[in-house]
Design a protein around this ligand. Structure first.
Ligand code: SF4
Length: 271
């Protein structure tokens, strides 16, 4: 069985004609949704049976965005990891057989047997990157220098997908409900930056101790359309694999989307 390491793996299998027979506007959008578990590969009629056979087992295991299988694997790796020694490296503390780190400023604990404890709702899309962060974070101090996803090591190749799954959907929410967008940042304990890059709204979120994310939004003005950009500390690609940064960002956007829907934003706006 073969598996997708990222959405580019899916994209490479496609015709790249943007014919829309899969009901997506582009092959890139389709690839992204297949990787995220929102669509199955067989919805593109141009994928041959041999290729489908190689991937269908993985597809059948897909549940939402991250598979339970992946989480199971990661928990097993956590069991082999010395969480006490890892605490400083990942920016957490260790006590009572649990490593505790702050996720959006709130405690999130992992026991030596891989079990996770938190007051905040963590979906599987967020849980898997958190565990990968604990396993692979190098403990590099923050530089406080903000860079784009494209500038991270390997970011150039995945930047199109990052824009589609993170920046564009977030901008849609901000365009329609800018005040709600600010409220959402408050819910996630974001810190507002005054005059951040001369944007109208600029906030920093702390989804992981050594992986802050800055979101800057420019409102539409004088015929100019709005803009939204997501930035990372320049140490991000040393403290997390690019794939983790990508999935974490997309996972956060998904959480925003769900909250937005609860606030009554039509699905067509946030989908
Ligand atoms: S049906 Fe296949 S080739 Fe056509 S747009 Fe969708 S993914 Fe691309």
């Amino acid at each position: 069985m073969r598996s997708f390491a990222n959405a580019m793996d899916v994209f490479r299998l496609l015709e790249k004609t943007n014919c829309r027979k899969c009901n997506e506007k582009t092959c890139l959008a389709f690839a992204s949704k297949v990787f995220l578990g929102q669509k199955t590969l067989d919805l593109c009629p141009f994928i041959n049976q041999e290729i489908l056979g190689q991937y269908q087992e993985q597809q059948s295991k897909t549940n939402g965005i991250e598979t339970e299988f992946t989480l199971f694997d990661l928990k097993n790796e956590i069991k082999k990891c010395n969480l006490e020694l890892s605490a400083k490296r990942v920016g957490g503390i260790f006590s009572n057989d649990r490593l505790t780190i702050k996720i959006f400023g709130k405690p999130f604990s992992i026991a030596s047997n891989g079990k996770m404890f938190s007051d905040i709702h963590i979906n599987s899309f967020i849980a898997a990157p958190i565990l990968e962060y604990v396993l692979h974070c190098k403990g590099v101090p923050l530089t406080n220098k903000w860079i784009s996803f494209r500038e991270l090591q390997g970011g150039q190749e995945m930047n199109g997908l990052f824009v589609k799954t993170s920046e564009e959907p977030l901008k849609k929410i901000a365009d329609r409900y800018p005040s709600l967008f600010e409220d959402l940042m408050v819910i996630f304990n974001g810190k507002k930056i005054e005059n951040g890059y001369e944007s109208d709204i600029s906030l920093v979120l702390y989804p992981l101790p050594r992986l802050p994310i800055r979101i800057s939004y420019w409102k539409p003005e004088d015929g100019m359309s709005s803009d939204l950009r997501i930035f990372f500390d320049s140490s991000a690609d040393m403290n997390a694999k690019l794939n983790v940064v990508y999935r974490l960002s997309a996972g956060i956007v998904r959480m925003f989307e769900k909250i937005s829907k609860k606030h009554g934003i039509p699905e067509s706006v946030v989908a």
